[in-house]
Design a protein around this ligand. Structure first.
Ligand code: PEP
Ligand code: MG
Length: 581
């Protein structure tokens, strides 16, 4: 049994069989062969070794001419490994004795060496581990040919292990078949993590080497509450986790039954508006079922992810109209396209920018492509004739950008008026505060829009210079750092002084630990992933505003995020102990 620690991004427990997707996205199922198939399978393996070896020889020759002897040397090492009698015997034994298929025997044997080499903390062995992975892949390509198994054609329930999942892969996961997922890469607020939470799939990311540590068919436990992945659990651990999973499910059901229809109100009678973040129009139902009083963030990138191309105005319109009509009179805040960063690559944008999070992302891309931007704005306006729609601009960094976005919106209004198309002329217009320059000038922004929504996912990354999707700096990604707390407090005050509503829609407000701090800071509107709504509501209902103000004041006095986190965790545990553990 091995226990790996990663970053918990979606709560819950999953126990099941691993399905390992390597970076080339094929997986090797655990399959057995009959005795009379052994010779055929051995021959298949030998053929793949022969072909791979010829391929590597060609590569060595080509690279020696084109790239010099050093690169060519790498392929010579690969060739040596392909002829290594110990490695070959290991695979042969697994085919003959264990009756594994050639591909499964290959992957098991090679992974064993990769793991052993990675375990020796030495650069030379780390490089050899990479070489072995390379050869494994080459052999698997030969063995599998066109028979690669796809994520989209899962036939049984599994736990996915991947280097990373693209947001569209994560969104396309079959909820019925995928019990959990674990990845090498990713940070706490990567888009993939957000999608996992929305789909209620327990997930742990940032495990660094999980795809190398696991082989398809291994039994795994995903502990999405603590960020643990247990490989090959012993019988006692399995029983223990089955109990935990049962307790968790019972707790969640009870929470839903008790809290769904109760208001998010503090003990001293202050109402907090709890809204939902959604990524797909179909999530409106789940949000309202948990008592959301509207949608505070409707991400619209799904329109790109679904079709892989620029959506038409009609496609935008149909999606927004469907969503607002399902809202039952509650407001729907549609955020304009936020492409780039860790989300889908904008069609027609500069591909492979050196720093995608600092490049033509989001509103900058929309300004580069007014045709795409206007199609979306026209659709949002048209949908506003069918319910309470608000529009929100992402990544605004200065007042000029806010004005430019508003003026494009006005152009669209003018056009629709001319065409006699109905829309809400008083539609509220707001922006996300997720770039430090916007937070520092929140007063200037507040004077020119109806609402501000603090997007902590990006505000943390840009303020602390910590990539939100890089697992290697995940420990530096600290929403409770003094810098962030001060910035957020100033934004809330700037909004209040200028008559502009301020809400928060980053993942920070979906973590119930921060509820007293945020309320005490003056926030009265939170927009949260639907699955986190009830837990946050539960904590709000145990607080008084007076006490929250005191907690916020105390939090602001700490010099480090760690002290603040510890203090808040302890306060919330004392006030409202959770049954999630
Ligand atoms: C944010 O940055 O806090 C946010 C809510 O937007 P996204 O996670 O989509 O970047
Ligand atoms: Mg953002």
């Amino acid at each position: 049994m091995e226990i790996k620690k990663g970053i918990p991004v979606s709560p819950g427990y999953a126990i099941g069989e691993a399905f390992v997707l390597d970076s080339e996205e094929f997986r090797i199922p655990q399959r057995f062969i009959r005795e009379d198939e052994v010779e055929g399978e051995l021959a298949r393996f030998q053929r793949s070794v022969q072909e791979a070896s010829e391929e590597v020889q060609d590569l060595a020759a080509q690279s020696s001419e084109a790239l010099g002897p050093q690169v060519s040397e790498i392929f010579k090492v690969h060739r040596g490994l392909l002829a290594d009698p110990v490695v070959l015997a290991e695979v042969t034994r697994r085919i003959r004795v264990n009756r594994f298929t050639a591909e499964y025997a290959t992957t098991r044997a090679f992974r064993k060496y990769v793991k052993a080499f990675r375990g020796i903390r030495d650069e030379y062995f780390a490089d050899r581990a990479t070489d072995i992975r390379d050869i494994e892949k080459r052999l698997l390509r030969k063995l599998l040919g066109a028979r690669r198994e796809e994520l989209s054609s899962l036939t049984r329930k599994v736990i996915i292990a991947a280097r990373d999942l693209t947001p569209s892969q994560a969104a396309a996961l079959d909820r019925e078949k995928v019990m959990g997922f674990v990845t090498d890469a990713g940070g706490p607020t990567s888009h993939t993590a957000i999608v996992a939470k929305a789909m209620e799939i327990p997930a742990v990311v940032g495990l660094e080497t999980i795809t190398a540590d696991l082989a398809g068919g291994d039994t795994v436990i995903v502990d999405g509450n603590r960020g643990l992945v247990i490989v090959g659990p012993d019988p006692q651990t399995l029983v223990d986790y089955q109990r935990r999973a049962d307790r968790f499910r019972t707790y969640e059901r009870r929470l839903a039954a008790e809290l769904r229809d109760l208001p998010a109100e503090t003990l001293d009678g202050h109402s907090i508006k709890v809204m939902a973040n959604i990524d797909l129009p179909e999530e409106v139902g789940a949000a309202l079922a948990r008592g959301a009083e509207g949608v505070g963030l409707f991400r619209t990138e799904f329109l790109y992810e679904r079709n892989g191309q620029v959506p038409t105005e009609e496609e935008h319109y149909r999606a927004y109209r469907a969503a607002v009509e399902a809202m039952g009179g509650f407001p729907l805040t549609v955020r304009t396209l936020d492409l780039g960063g860790d989300k889908v690559l904008p069609v027609g944008a500069v591909a492979h920018e050196p720093n995608p999070f600092l490049g033509c992302r989001s509103i900058r891309f929309c300004f580069l492509r007014p045709d795409i931007f206007k199609a979306q704005l026209r659709a949002i306006l048209r949908a506003s004739a069918h319910g309470r729609v608000r529009v929100m601009f992402p990544m605004i960094a200065n007042v000029e950008e806010l004005r430019k976005a508003r003026s494009t919106l006005e152009d669209c209004m003018e056009e629709l008026r001319g065409e006699g198309v109905p829309f809400d002329r008083d539609m509220e217009v707001g922006m996300m505060v997720e770039v430090p320059s916007a937070a520092l000038c929140a007063d200037l922004m507040a004077r020119e829009c109806d609402f501000l929504s603090i997007g902590t996912n990006d505000l943390v990354q840009y303020t602390l210079a910590v990539d939100r999707v890089n697992e290697r700096v995940a420990s530096l990604y600290q929403p409770a750092s003094p810098a962030l707390i001060r910035l957020m407090r100033d934004v809330v005050h700037a909004g209040a002084r200028n008559g502009c509503r301020v809400s928060m829609c980053g993942e920070m407000c979906g973590d119930a630990t921060y509820a007293p701090l945020l309320l005490g800071m003056g926030l009265r509107e939170l927009s949260i992933t639907p699955t986190a709504i009830l837990e946050v509501k539960r904590v709000i209902r145990t607080l008084t505003l007076r006490e929250s103000v005191a907690v916020a004041r105390r939090s602001m006095a700490f010099a480090t995020a760690r002290q603040t986190d510890e203090y808040l965790r302890e306060r919330v545990r004392a006030l409202a102990p959770s049954g999630r553990e």
